[in-house]
Ligand binder design. Sequence first.
Ligand code: 5RP
Length: 219
Amino acid sequence: MTQDELKKASAEAALEYVESGMIVGVGTGSTANYFIDGLARIKGKLEGTVASSEASADRLRGHGIPVLDLNSAGDLQLYVDGADETTRHLHLIKGGGGALTREKIVAAASDKFVCIADDSKLVDVLGAFPLPIEVIPMARSYVARQIVKLGGQPVLREGFTTDNGNVILDVQNMKILDPVELETALDHITGVVTNGLFARRGADVFLMATSNGVEVLQA
Ligand code: 5RP
Protein backbone atom coordinates (compact mmCIF):
# COMPACT_ATOMS: atom_id res chain seq x y z
CA MET A 1 0.00 0.00 0.00
CA THR A 2 1.13 3.55 -0.66
CA GLN A 3 1.53 6.04 2.18
CA ASP A 4 -1.60 7.86 0.98
CA GLU A 5 -3.61 4.63 1.08
CA LEU A 6 -2.39 4.01 4.63
CA LYS A 7 -3.33 7.56 5.69
CA LYS A 8 -6.79 7.05 4.23
CA ALA A 9 -7.20 3.68 5.99
CA SER A 10 -6.36 5.27 9.33
CA ALA A 11 -8.78 8.16 8.72
CA GLU A 12 -11.57 5.77 7.71
CA ALA A 13 -11.04 3.79 10.94
CA ALA A 14 -11.53 7.00 12.94
CA LEU A 15 -15.05 7.41 11.52
CA GLU A 16 -16.06 4.54 13.84
CA TYR A 17 -15.53 6.88 16.81
CA VAL A 18 -18.10 9.40 15.54
CA GLU A 19 -21.47 9.10 17.29
CA SER A 20 -24.82 10.70 16.49
CA GLY A 21 -25.23 14.29 17.67
CA MET A 22 -21.50 14.84 18.29
CA ILE A 23 -19.57 18.04 17.68
CA VAL A 24 -16.26 16.66 16.40
CA GLY A 25 -12.90 18.41 16.62
CA VAL A 26 -11.10 18.13 13.31
CA GLY A 27 -7.35 18.39 12.76
CA THR A 28 -5.20 19.60 9.92
CA GLY A 29 -3.06 17.97 7.23
CA SER A 30 -3.30 15.33 4.54
CA THR A 31 -4.45 12.54 6.90
CA ALA A 32 -7.03 14.83 8.52
CA ASN A 33 -8.22 15.72 5.00
CA TYR A 34 -9.08 12.05 4.40
CA PHE A 35 -11.04 12.13 7.67
CA ILE A 36 -12.92 15.25 6.53
CA ASP A 37 -13.76 13.58 3.22
CA GLY A 38 -15.06 10.54 5.13
CA LEU A 39 -17.09 12.75 7.49
CA ALA A 40 -18.88 14.14 4.44
CA ARG A 41 -20.53 10.71 3.96
CA ILE A 42 -21.94 10.71 7.51
CA LYS A 43 -22.50 14.45 7.95
CA GLY A 44 -26.19 13.89 8.80
CA LYS A 45 -25.02 12.30 12.06
CA LEU A 46 -23.10 15.38 13.20
CA GLU A 47 -24.26 18.41 15.12
CA GLY A 48 -21.18 20.14 13.77
CA THR A 49 -17.40 20.36 13.85
CA VAL A 50 -14.69 22.58 15.30
CA ALA A 51 -11.73 23.03 12.95
CA SER A 52 -8.09 23.41 13.97
CA SER A 53 -7.22 25.59 10.96
CA GLU A 54 -8.71 27.81 8.31
CA ALA A 55 -7.74 25.19 5.70
CA SER A 56 -9.70 22.45 7.45
CA ALA A 57 -12.65 24.79 8.04
CA ASP A 58 -12.71 25.57 4.30
CA ARG A 59 -12.62 21.87 3.39
CA LEU A 60 -15.39 21.04 5.90
CA ARG A 61 -17.60 23.85 4.60
CA GLY A 62 -16.88 22.73 1.04
CA HIS A 63 -18.56 19.43 1.95
CA GLY A 64 -21.52 21.27 3.53
CA ILE A 65 -20.43 20.28 7.05
CA PRO A 66 -21.18 22.95 9.70
CA VAL A 67 -18.11 24.50 11.39
CA LEU A 68 -18.67 25.99 14.84
CA ASP A 69 -16.65 28.36 17.00
CA LEU A 70 -15.06 26.49 19.93
CA ASN A 71 -16.39 29.18 22.27
CA SER A 72 -19.97 28.26 21.45
CA ALA A 73 -19.33 24.51 21.09
CA GLY A 74 -18.05 23.98 24.66
CA ASP A 75 -16.12 20.81 25.49
CA LEU A 76 -15.91 18.23 22.72
CA GLN A 77 -16.22 14.47 23.02
CA LEU A 78 -13.84 13.68 20.18
CA TYR A 79 -10.85 15.19 18.38
CA VAL A 80 -9.31 13.47 15.35
CA ASP A 81 -5.97 14.61 13.95
CA GLY A 82 -2.73 13.42 12.40
CA ALA A 83 0.82 13.71 13.73
CA ASP A 84 4.37 14.11 12.47
CA GLU A 85 5.80 11.64 14.99
CA THR A 86 4.33 9.51 17.76
CA THR A 87 5.77 7.21 20.40
CA ARG A 88 4.12 4.14 21.90
CA HIS A 89 3.28 6.37 24.91
CA LEU A 90 1.23 8.46 22.40
CA HIS A 91 3.43 11.50 22.94
CA LEU A 92 3.44 13.40 19.65
CA ILE A 93 5.22 15.99 17.57
CA LYS A 94 2.69 18.04 15.61
CA GLY A 95 2.71 21.25 13.64
CA GLY A 96 4.29 20.21 10.36
CA GLY A 97 1.36 22.03 8.77
CA GLY A 98 1.80 24.99 11.12
CA ALA A 99 -1.58 24.57 12.84
CA LEU A 100 -0.16 23.47 16.21
CA THR A 101 -1.70 26.17 18.40
CA ARG A 102 -5.29 25.63 17.35
CA GLU A 103 -4.66 21.88 17.32
CA LYS A 104 -3.46 22.01 20.92
CA ILE A 105 -6.45 24.10 21.95
CA VAL A 106 -8.96 21.73 20.35
CA ALA A 107 -7.12 18.70 21.80
CA ALA A 108 -7.22 20.30 25.26
CA ALA A 109 -10.95 20.88 24.98
CA SER A 110 -11.67 17.29 23.91
CA ASP A 111 -12.40 14.22 26.04
CA LYS A 112 -10.83 11.82 23.54
CA PHE A 113 -8.00 12.52 21.08
CA VAL A 114 -7.77 9.94 18.31
CA CYS A 115 -4.52 10.23 16.37
CA ILE A 116 -4.54 8.98 12.78
CA ALA A 117 -1.38 8.20 10.84
CA ASP A 118 0.51 5.61 8.89
CA ASP A 119 3.14 3.50 10.60
CA SER A 120 6.03 5.63 9.31
CA LYS A 121 5.14 8.14 12.06
CA LEU A 122 5.91 5.71 14.92
CA VAL A 123 9.29 6.40 16.57
CA ASP A 124 11.13 5.27 19.70
CA VAL A 125 12.41 8.77 20.49
CA LEU A 126 10.84 12.03 19.29
CA GLY A 127 12.91 14.67 17.53
CA ALA A 128 14.08 13.42 14.14
CA PHE A 129 11.21 15.50 12.75
CA PRO A 130 12.05 19.18 13.40
CA LEU A 131 9.97 20.41 16.35
CA PRO A 132 7.71 23.33 15.31
CA ILE A 133 7.38 26.27 17.70
CA GLU A 134 4.91 29.10 17.08
CA VAL A 135 6.42 32.41 18.15
CA ILE A 136 5.23 36.03 18.38
CA PRO A 137 7.15 37.72 15.49
CA MET A 138 8.96 40.36 17.62
CA ALA A 139 10.30 37.61 19.92
CA ARG A 140 11.71 35.46 17.12
CA SER A 141 15.43 36.10 17.74
CA TYR A 142 15.13 36.08 21.53
CA VAL A 143 13.27 32.75 21.49
CA ALA A 144 15.78 31.30 19.01
CA ARG A 145 18.66 32.14 21.40
CA GLN A 146 16.89 30.44 24.32
CA ILE A 147 16.31 27.32 22.21
CA VAL A 148 20.01 27.16 21.33
CA LYS A 149 20.73 27.15 25.10
CA LEU A 150 18.42 24.09 25.37
CA GLY A 151 20.52 22.33 22.71
CA GLY A 152 18.32 22.85 19.65
CA GLN A 153 18.98 24.46 16.27
CA PRO A 154 16.02 26.69 15.37
CA VAL A 155 15.32 27.46 11.72
CA LEU A 156 12.76 30.07 10.70
CA ARG A 157 10.06 28.61 8.43
CA GLU A 158 10.50 31.01 5.52
CA GLY A 159 7.47 32.69 3.97
CA PHE A 160 5.04 31.15 6.44
CA THR A 161 2.57 32.92 8.74
CA THR A 162 0.25 30.95 11.02
CA ASP A 163 -3.53 31.41 11.13
CA ASN A 164 -2.82 33.47 14.26
CA GLY A 165 -0.40 35.86 12.50
CA ASN A 166 2.77 34.41 14.03
CA VAL A 167 5.96 32.74 12.75
CA ILE A 168 7.26 29.18 13.17
CA LEU A 169 10.71 28.10 14.28
CA ASP A 170 11.46 24.48 13.33
CA VAL A 171 13.94 23.10 15.85
CA GLN A 172 16.40 20.55 14.52
CA ASN A 173 18.66 18.10 16.29
CA MET A 174 16.63 17.60 19.45
CA LYS A 175 16.73 14.07 20.87
CA ILE A 176 13.67 14.37 23.07
CA LEU A 177 14.12 11.91 25.92
CA ASP A 178 11.66 13.63 28.29
CA PRO A 179 8.86 15.14 26.18
CA VAL A 180 6.80 16.38 29.15
CA GLU A 181 9.79 18.23 30.61
CA LEU A 182 10.79 19.81 27.27
CA GLU A 183 7.19 20.80 26.46
CA THR A 184 7.01 22.63 29.77
CA ALA A 185 10.45 24.26 29.39
CA LEU A 186 9.59 25.56 25.91
CA ASP A 187 6.24 26.91 27.11
CA HIS A 188 8.11 28.96 29.71
CA ILE A 189 10.11 30.92 27.14
CA THR A 190 8.52 34.35 26.82
CA GLY A 191 7.30 34.89 23.27
CA VAL A 192 6.52 31.23 22.61
CA VAL A 193 2.85 30.79 21.80
CA THR A 194 2.86 27.00 21.53
CA ASN A 195 5.33 24.22 20.94
CA GLY A 196 4.55 21.15 18.86
CA LEU A 197 5.10 18.61 21.63
CA PHE A 198 1.82 16.99 22.62
CA ALA A 199 3.02 15.11 25.69
CA ARG A 200 1.20 16.59 28.70
CA ARG A 201 -1.95 16.07 26.64
CA GLY A 202 -0.97 13.38 24.17
CA ALA A 203 -3.33 11.23 22.16
CA ASP A 204 -5.64 8.71 23.84
CA VAL A 205 -5.78 6.35 20.87
CA PHE A 206 -3.45 5.92 17.91
CA LEU A 207 -4.96 4.30 14.83
CA MET A 208 -1.75 3.22 13.13
CA ALA A 209 -2.28 2.06 9.56
CA THR A 210 0.04 -0.73 8.42
CA SER A 211 -0.03 -2.82 5.27
CA ASN A 212 -1.61 -5.58 7.43
CA GLY A 213 -4.45 -3.41 8.71
CA VAL A 214 -5.07 -0.65 11.25
CA GLU A 215 -3.57 -1.29 14.70
CA VAL A 216 -5.18 0.37 17.71
CA LEU A 217 -2.65 1.66 20.26
CA GLN A 218 -3.98 3.04 23.55
CA ALA A 219 -2.22 5.41 25.94
C1 5RP B 1 -0.47 19.99 11.10
C2 5RP B 1 -0.16 18.71 11.79
C3 5RP B 1 -0.40 17.45 11.03
O1 5RP B 1 -1.22 16.62 11.79
C4 5RP B 1 0.91 16.76 10.77
O2 5RP B 1 1.78 17.67 10.12
C5 5RP B 1 0.72 15.50 9.92
O3 5RP B 1 0.37 15.85 8.63
P1 5RP B 1 0.03 14.77 7.50
O4 5RP B 1 -1.26 14.12 7.91
O5 5RP B 1 -0.11 15.61 6.26
O6 5RP B 1 1.16 13.80 7.44
O7 5RP B 1 0.26 18.66 12.91
O8 5RP B 1 -0.10 21.10 11.86
